[in-house]
Design a binder for this molecule. Structure first.
Ligand code: HDE
Length: 704
């Protein structure tokens, strides 16, 4: 905006006739109030730079007459508005993006020429978008769903997009199946529901006919798909990639992200209630963490292995339904990612960012995984339809931060103005046009390919159940119960009995006990026959790295504590709990019947951050209830207060109580256990708040 276009609002000329719409701080006929904040404001203009005298009234033939076609200001504004949306992503439409940096801590020089993986201490800017898969852009943050974990590294050698998920395997082995899988999971085409949910007939029908998806089914039915926070999920590149060193030798690699805050998930009933209380739960959590300077961080790790090692694995690493257990190939931590800057504009950055699985840099290459091979085509193609132009790489969020140039020209929305008469390569007419760089340029691994062409699935892809069994048996008993219960819940929503039975048949290959639990939960009397397995089920070594509970960290960092108070509460106890929780790294919110606050015992007013009816305990990791006898009595008539403590108890959270708090628990019919602690014993509360009271679960819920 040029200085000439700047003028103060109060300097505007008054309209000659009719009501003055721009008068200072006055009510205009439409009812809106014009607030004139202090300072110099740039002039409001059209897209052509023409200053507007009135942005509240369209041009009319007379005061109560029709609007005139001549009103180019109205037409421009409305036309732009009509075109504000672009097609949402066909999958992963709902997402949260944050800027940050990647820092390499250990060099992979022996394996790769990629500078981002060899220059220790270098900080590379990144833009990371974490998403759900099935729902539309406006859907909630908390369905049971896989989370996408896409990172764009703006490296010195071009953009590298690592487009990952929070689960290390996938549903299918071949990209040609992807449209069917997604059609099955998305809302059913005749009725237009359910939005972002796997619990419906078409999804389970497809899955029951797709044995290769069984390993992924175990993961999605685990609590991995109902994370507590986007800051508490892992990320996996899923496929094997290759690293290429300067001798041209290649090594296979799998990429992993591990959250510094550890893994944490919610409980299904809790998630259902969070969805109602705050549909933006994860986005808000990330926003608030960044605003508070509590920047989420992940370790970046690799699993490196040779072709010979791969040949010895009891599965094929090119099959995306298989993972490589950490016990077989240990993770080597080589860097960290910190997310520290919220985007300026959601649409410009988070919506327009265009990740492409094919965006790699010299020194990184692809494997033959048939799922990855299909993705190499799909992402570029989908961005063309979403962003509408082959120049989408010029949008600032997508543009490399290193120099880039070639002879590609023109197209919709070309932002560059390449000079000169040469637009081809090779040429002898230009002294400074871009040329190939045979040494540093991108090279593919020199791999020999032999064999017959055809639409063939490798025999080494035939084992569909062994790793599913390994996953299930590696879980704690609590997590196994959650998997069984999730299956019962999902299949209960399936109307077709033969689909339910087919799923139980598959489960029999995974673990007979699991199959029986699910059959009992569905009241299936006769166990359905298991389908013929394409390969025998192997007994694989168990891996505790597959658990969530085992990967929870003993910390309150990143966690939230809610303190329920009312008129008459003891300020000293509240303060003590608040300080202990804050010192331990948690964020604390005071919840009261009125957001303006409560009058404490000493007569002072304590302002609340949350009003009781809109701030249920599902939004916290642990709660304290500090009430006077009178306060407890008043809240005993309040359903939201009863739910507050009942849900905290039912979701296995620590509850700190004083005498009044204890009275509310009694009214809510809540018993005592190790997770109910005296509000004056802050050490006991902090220790209990760091964990879920798993032993309580059998008393509050019937799990499958
Ligand atoms: Fe994607 N996927 N995908 N996917 N995917 C897309 O690209 C696709 C797969 C993943 O935050 C689309 O920009 C095919 C695996 C993430 O913008 C599309 C196949 C993994 C994101 C597409 C897969 C992913 C996407 C839709 C099977 C984990 C969101 C919109 C061959 C390793 C990125 C878009 C963001 C997005 C295709 C399977 C991760 C249509 C064909 C496996 C995180 O191109």
């Amino acid at each position: 905006m040029s200085k000439n276009n700047t003028m103060s609002n109060s300097g505007k000329s008054k309209q000659e006739k009719g009501f003055d719409p721009n008068g200072d701080k006055q009510l205009v006929p439409g009812g809106e109030i014009h607030q004139i904040a202090g300072g110099e404001h740039p002039a409001l203009t059209t897209n052509q730079g023409v200053p507007l005298s009135d942005n509240q009234n369209s041009l009319r033939a007379n005061q109560r007459g029709p609007t005139l076609l001549e009103d180019f200001i109205l037409r421009e504004k409305i036309t732009h508005f009509d075109h504000e949306r672009i097609p949402e992503r066909i999958v992963h439409a709902r997402g949260t993006g944050v800027h940050g940096f990647f820092e390499l801590t250990a060099s992979l020089k022996q394996y790769t020429t990629a500078r981002i993986l060899t220059e220790v201490g270098e900080k590379t800017p990144v833009f990371t978008r974490i998403s759900t898969v099935a729902g539309g852009a406006g859907s909630v943050d908390t369905p049971r769903d896989v989370r996408g974990f896409a990172v764009k590294f703006y490296t010195k050698e071009g953009n590298w997009d690592l487009v990952s998920n929070n689960i290390p395997v996938f549903f299918i082995q071949d990209a040609i199946k992807f449209p069917d899988l997604i059609h099955a999971v998305k809302m059913e085409p005749d009725r237009g529901f359910p939005q972002s949910a796997t619990a419906h007939d078409t999804f389970w029908d497809y899955i029951s006919l797709t044995p290769e998806s069984m390993h992924m089914v175990m993961w999605i039915m685990s609590d991995r798909t109902i994370p507590r926070s986007l800051r508490m999920i892992e990320g996996f590149g899923v496929h094997s990639f290759r690293l290429l060193n300067d001798a041209g030798e290649s090594t296979f690699v799998k990429f992993h992200w591990r959250p510094k805050l550890g893994l944490q998930s919610t409980i299904w009933d809790e998630t259902v209630k969070i969805t109602g209380a705050d549909p933006d739960f994860h986005r808000r959590d990330m926003f608030e963490a960044i605003a508070a300077g509590k920047y989420p961080e992940w370790e970046f790790a690799v699993q490196l292995f040779t072709q010979e090692e791969a040949d010895s694995f009891p599965f094929d690493h090119l099959d995306a339904t298989k993972l490589i257990p950490e016990e077989l190939v240990p993770l080597k931590v080589i860097g960290r990612m910190v997310l520290d800057r919220w985007p300026n504009n959601f649409f410009a950055e988070t919506e327009q960012v265009a990740y492409c699985a094919s965006n790699v840099v010299p020194g990184i290459d692809f494997s033959n995984d048939p799922l990855l091979q299909g993705r190499l085509f799909s992402y570029q193609d989908t961005q063309l339809s979403r962003l509408g132009s082959p120049n989408f790489h010029q949008i600032p969020i997508n543009a490399p931060k290193c120099p880039f140039s070639n002879q590609q020209r023109d197209g919709h929305m070309q932002m560059e103005q390449p000079a000169g008469r040469v637009a081809y390569e090779p040429n002898s007419l230009s002294e400074n046009s871009p040329r190939e760089t045979p040494t540093n340029g991108f090279h593919s691994a020199a791999v020999t390919e032999t064999g017959e062409k055809g639409r063939i699935r490798a025999e080494s892809f035939a084992d569909h159940y062994s790793q599913a069994r390994q996953f299930y048996l590696s879980q704690t008993l609590y997590e196994q119960a959650h998997i069984a219960s999730a299956l019962v819940f999902e299949l209960s929503k399936v109307e077709h009995v033969h689909v339910r039975e087919a799923m139980v048949g598959h489960l029999r290959h995974i673990e007979e006990g699991l199959a029986k639990r699910v059959a009992a939960g569905l009241a299936i009397k006769t166990m359905p026959a298991a389908p013929v397995a394409a390969a025998p089920v192997q007994e694989l070594a168990l891996s505790s790295a597959l658990q969530i509970i085992g990967k929870m960290k003993d910390t309150l960092n990143g966690r939230a504590i809610g303190i329920l108070i009312a008129d008459g509460s003891d300020g000293a106890v509240i303060e003590k709990i608040k300080k202990a929780a804050t010192d331990a790294g948690a964020s604390v919110k005071i919840v009261a019947p009125k957001v303006g606050g409560a009058k404490l015992a000493d007569g002072s007013i304590l302002v609340a951050e949350g009003q009781l009816a809109g701030t249920p305990s599902v939004l916290f990791d642990a709660v304290a209830v500090i009430l006077s006898d009178e306060g407890a009595k008043a809240l005993s008539m309040e359903g939201a207060a009863i739910d507050f403590v009942r849900d905290a108890f039912g979701h296995l959270k620590a509850i700190a109580v004083d005498k009044g708090g204890q009275a509310l628990l009694k009214i809510a019919n809540i018993g005592q256990d190790a997770g109910i602690v005296d509000a004056n014993d802050k050490e006991a509360f902090i220790a209990a708040a760091k964990i879920r009271q798993w032993d309580r679960e059998k008393f509050v819920r019937t799990l499958a």
